[in-house]
Each structure stands twice: as C-alpha cells, then as structure tokens.
Design a binder for this molecule. Structure first.
Ligand SMILES: *Cc1c(COP(=O)(O)O)cnc(C)c1O
Length: 338
C-alpha cells in the first residue's frame, strides 16, 4: 500500500523510510549488502571521513510513472561517477553491480514511499561512501562503509516552472583549478556554503561560479550545471572544475534529438549577453530556468525574461516525460523496478 503522505507538501529534507542498505569494505573486499532500519551509522572518532573529508556521495531519483510502474533513471551513470570520485580520493569504490543492486533494492524495499504520479514528487536516493576505520594518520582509510538510503521529496516547482535569479561570485571558489571540482565530494559543498548563504541573504537563489584559474569563464552553480541557448545551440561549459552532471549529459542528448547543436566549450562571462535562455540543471529540479544573472563586479544584469524559454520548456518536458514514463524512452535510460 502506498503510504498516505501529503507528498505535495514535502520539500527536500530527511524523511524516515523503512529500510536502508549497507556494505563494508574490509580486508580488501566488499561484504554482503545488509538491510537495516537503523538510521545512525557507527563511525570511529578517528575515522578519515570525519577528519580529512574522505567521503563521496551520489543523488538520484525513482519515479512512479503514469502507468503506476516505478522507474530508476541512469543508475549506472551514478555508479560510474562514484567510482571516479572514490578513485580521486583514494577510496575503495563499490562495483557498478553493487551500487546498482543497492539502489534497486532500496527502491523495492521502500516502494510504499515512492510518491504517487499525480503528486509530481519522487523518491530521492542518497548513496554515501565514507572511510571509517580508526586512524587519525593522514593516509587513505583501510575500511569503508557504503550506504544507500532513500526518502520521498516533494515536487520542485510548486508554483510552476518559474525562472530564478543567480549571482556571480568572484570572491569564493567551490573548487581549485585542478582540485576536486570534477568529483562529487562533500568538501566541495563545505567550500560553497559561505557563498551560498551570502548569496541567499542578498536575495538570489543560487551562486554562479567562474572558473577558478582565470575567473573569466562560467563554471557552474553550487549543485547544478549551467547551460545557455544561443541561436540553435545548447552551450555548456567545458571545465575541469565542473562536476559532470548526469542531467546535463542527458539534456545534451535530448537537445541533439530535438534538433539543437550541442557545444561543450568555455563560456566567457561577456557571452552571457548573447544567450536567449539560460538554466541550471541537476537531479533536484531537472532544469531551473534562470531569469537573471547579476555580476556585481561590473554591476551588470543579464536578463532572460520572467517566463521559462521555449527550449528550456521543451528540454524539461522531454526529460521529465521520460522519467515519469509519459513518453517513450528512446535512449534506454530508465529501468522499471519490479
Ligand atoms: C550533483 C551535482 C550536480 C548535478 O548532477 P546530476 O547528476 O545532474 O544530479 C551539479 N553540480 C554539482 C557540483 C554537483 O555536485
């Protein structure tokens, strides 16, 4: 029985579900996935995840479709990305099979928490990888814990597909030029909190970071990639310090499928004036259309209108339609969880 929850009222916040799955890496190998309803994890106070940031996480969603079936979206891509993050931080990585199995089982075990199709909400999955052994010394951990938990999250656009305002931040970087920007690790988020709070206090929804080496090109928002529409092109930054978003990768394929040209290249700040539409993209919202970008260094406002642009709407509707099983999935991105 699907739970009787007011799905539409949920935001993006922890919500207890029945089961999470865990596996430990010890003595050089991953153990069995164990299901538990325990919400806390035992971590030694000398664990590298607590002191030196040896941790990585992922985020993906399961959707209850129009046909009642539950679908997961591109889980293998998240598995591969966690492997890249783990490699870069010298952590043991779960195999693709282990990662995918954990995600699929956690959805099945918590199927009653997958929101109704009508609600527009979804089940968010949070895979987490941390170095856990007693250590204190600065070197890679020898033992790791891989956890996957899930929680229902509300529809992102409660008041419709409304454009947001973002602000360029030249005073802080979320990552170094050849640092950890390209991998999904908590340290990047810790580094973005100050500018995120300051930006919100200034009345903007999100920060737009520039490339940390030259501060001349667009990188991305704190937790979402950036794209712009210019003529018949979907343009998105090519930068070592940008996290490769699976949503963005999917939107690039959809853009081509819909007849746009895709350009992955540097985007100088001044080119913002030449886009007809811009947006931020990621699992949370798929697309947040950007209505205005403010650059305080030149006191310039780049305006894209108070309504989402045509291409942003088409891209959003297509990706969301695939995820909710409303339209055929020509790419084979979704997997029905029986
Ligand atoms: C997770 C994340 C994104 C979005 O990636 P998706 O795979 O689309 O959810 C974008 N930028 C950063 C910095 C991220 O951590």
């Amino acid at each position: 029985m699907i739970k009787d929850i007011n799905w539409g009222e949920l935001g993006f916040a922890y919500y207890r579900t029945d089961w999470n799955l865990r596996s430990y890496f010890r003595d050089g190998q991953w153990g069995e996935l164990v299901a538990t309803n325990e919400e806390t994890i035992p971590v030694h106070m000398g664990a590298p995840c607590l002191h030196y940031g040896q941790q990585s996480f992922e985020g993906l969603k399961a959707f209850r479709g129009k046909d009642g079936k539950i679908r997961l979206f591109r889980t293998e891509e998240n598995a591969r990305r966690m492997q890249r993050s783990a490699d870069y931080l010298k952590m043991a990585a779960p195999s693709i099979e282990l990662f995918v199995e954990a995600c699929e089982r956690v959805v099945k075990m918590n199927a009653d928490y997958v929101p109704t199709y009508e609600s527009g909400a979804s089940l968010y999955l949070r895979p987490l990888l941390i170095g856990v052994n007693a250590q204190v010394g600065v070197k890679p951990a020898t033992e790791y814990l891989f956890v996957v938990f899930a929680m229902p999250v509300g529809p992102y656009f409660k008041e419709g597909f409304r454009p947001i305002s973002v602000m360029i931040d030249r005073d802080h970087d979320r990552a170094a030029p050849f640092g950890t920007g390209h991998v999904k690790v908590g340290g990047n988020y810790a580094a973005s909190l100050l500018s995120s709070v300051e930006t919100h206090d200034a009345g903007y929804s999100n920060v737009l970071y520039l490339d940390p080496a030259t501060k001349t090109n667009i990188d991305e928002c704190a937790a979402a990639n950036f794209y712009g529409i210019k003529g018949n092109s979907y343009v998105t930054p090519d930068s070592h310090s940008v996290l490769p978003s699976i949503t963005n990768k999917s939107l690039c394929d959809i853009a081509e499928y819909l007849g746009l040209k895709v350009e992955r290249r540097q985007i100088p700040v001044a080119e913002l004036a030449e886009f007809s539409e811009t947006g931020a993209c990621g699992t949370a919202a798929v697309i947040s259309p950007i209505g205005m970008i403010y650059d305080p260094s030149t006191d310039t406002k780049y305006n894209y209108g108070t309504e989402a642009g045509e291409w942003s709407k088409k891209l959003y509707n297509t990706l969301r339609g695939i995820q909710y099983g409303e339209i055929a999935d020509p790419f084979g991105w979704t997997k029905v969880i029986e």
